[in-house]
Write a protein of this length. Structure first.
Length: 489
């Protein structure tokens, strides 16, 4: 704590509120990102399955998920826009000096948002209004536009971690910008795919978790079985892939950002045969308390040999590295992320073995309890990943080129704290509204399911078969095709 207070005393007073506001908006926005990036793919998989098999239940699920996707996207645009403004308002030093180098990433993200909004609108409007095959084909670009938005923001973030693609003039300003090199930095590939697969894993577990809860409450019809199986299978397939990608990016950090790696693993002095600490706290004098010490494991993980040399925090001056408190935060976040990933891998293996061996879902209620918790756990893992990335890079906002204190706004700290309070109030309202809408949609759908096909009318179109003419109104009207009840098993 002493080192943190010393660092805050040396930093401009506006640094703490600026960082707190940025951290809050990023942490809340990232909750929505998995669904924004991966839910279009999950929905289209269910949609394609329904068309191929003529399965009205799958089509009903796809349509309902598309409604959730649209609401989530609207909220995500709001929170993402706030983040974009904060870059310019809170960190004008970075944007003013380096914006010409890495700003293209934000432009790509903006185009991704725009295209995704158009395609979501077409997809929602197309239910019942377009031929089924045309509707599905028009929606196929949706997952790619979602990945385009992720491409832009990850390009910017990876550049901040491994900046390149420019030269410096005599005044220290970037010139001769090479856009290709600025976007495709050494760590961009591992960081991008690690992030994208994390989104698939998280969205799959979050979506499946909703139906796992229903399964535990006795709703064991085909609707809940299909709603659970498709997203959970996607997440289970990607979980071991994510584990390997996580190992790859950790190795890239070891080579490209050795001081950040030292913070993640709380390595104080450069040495070989370095032990691995599972959790544990680093103190300013280099001692470590708590945690579980595994001899030589850190060197083995870094270079596959116990004599691999691992760079320590003391390899650079104290002003050029994270403080002991910051290193501990990064280390705890990293270990939590890896721990959750390991548990999710075991859950995915349980599911895979049972499916390959007996061609059915696991019967144990403990499996579904784990599946119900997996969504929340995977979101926590994503949050921890971002904490590791951002805190481990300190004190640099642009690694080894610009410090956080050099980039922060000159706006006085009290004004920033007031702004932070307003942002929190707005976000509480926005996320509260989001939750209310989701709960209302769930209640409406559940009531429609319980009412049965005999009571479905055009006033509740989401309860009808997604394709074909709507039911007609009036006592003398003949029932439409959707009145047959084919949208439910």
């Amino acid at each position: 704590m002493h080192t943190m207070l010393t660092w805050l005393a040396d930093a401009p007073p506006q640094t703490l509120p600026a960082r707190s506001m940025m951290a809050f908006t990023l942490v809340t926005h990232i909750i929505l990102v998995p669904l924004g990036v991966a839910l279009p793919l999950i929905t289209l998989i269910m949609h394609g399955y329904g068309l191929r098999r003529g399965d009205a239940t799958a089509l009903l699920l796809a349509r309902r998920w598309s409604a959730v996707m649209a609401v989530q996207f609207a909220i995500g645009v709001v929170t993402g826009t706030v983040l974009s403004f904060e870059f310019g308002l809170l960190w004008p030093g970075m944007m003013g000096r380096w914006g010409d180098v890495f700003g293209l990433g934000f432009g790509v993200e903006g185009w991704g948002f725009f295209l995704e909004a158009v395609l979501i609108a077409i997809y929602l409007y197309g239910w019942r209004r377009l031929p089924s095959r045309t509707h599905f084909l028009l929606a196929l670009p949706l997952p790619f536009t979602a990945l385009l938005g992720a491409f832009g923001i990850l390009a910017a973030n990876s550049w901040m971690n491994t900046p390149r693609g420019f030269s410096l003039d005599s005044a220290g300003n970037p010139v001769d910008v090479n856009v290709r090199k600025a976007i495709f930095t050494p760590i961009f590939g591992p960081e991008y795919w690690h992030f994208v697969v994390a989104m698939f894993v998280t969205a799959g577990y979050v979506t499946a978790g909703v139906y796992a809860v229903g399964w535990l409450r006795g709703r064991r019809d085909r609707y809940h079985r299909l709603g659970f199986t498709v997203p959970f299978t996607l997440a289970a397939v990607f979980t071991p892939i994510q584990f390997m990608l996580g190992d790859s990016i950790a190795r890239q950090v070891f080579h490209k950002q050795p001081v950040k790696f030292a913070a993640m693993e709380i390595v104080w002095k450069t040495d070989t045969h370095v032990p691995e600490y599972l959790f544990g706290r680093l103190h300013p004098d280099g001692t470590i308390s708590g945690g579980i010490k595994v001899p030589q494991l850190d060197s083995i993980l870094a270079g596959f040999r116990p004599d691999t040399q691992v760079t320590g925090l003391t390899s650079v001056a104290a002003d050029d590295r994270p403080t002991a408190t910051q290193a501990t935060i990064a280390h705890f976040a990293f270990d939590t992320m890896v721990g959750i990933g390991s548990l999710l891998l075991l859950l995915a293996l349980w599911y895979g073995v049972m499916w390959l061996w007996r061609r059915r879902l696991p019967a144990s209620p403990w499996f579904f309890r784990g599946a119900a918790c997996a969504g929340v756990a995977s979101v926590v893992a994503v949050e921890c990943g971002w904490i590791t990335t951002e805190v481990g890079r300190q004190p640099w906002i642009v690694y080894q080129y610009m410090r956080v204190a050099e980039a922060v706004t000159p706006t006085r700290a009290p004004a920033l704290w007031t702004m932070f309070g307003l942002v929190v109030a707005v976000y509480v309202f926005v996320f509260g509204s989001f939750l209310v809408i989701l709960l209302k949609m769930r209640t409406q759908w559940r009531l429609a399911d319980e009412a049965g096909s005999a009571e479905r009318t055009a006033a509740a179109p989401e309860t009808e078969t997604p394709y074909g003419p709507r039911s007609t109104l009036g006592a003398g009207s003949a029932p439409g095709p959707s009145d047959s009840g084919e949208d439910r098993p």
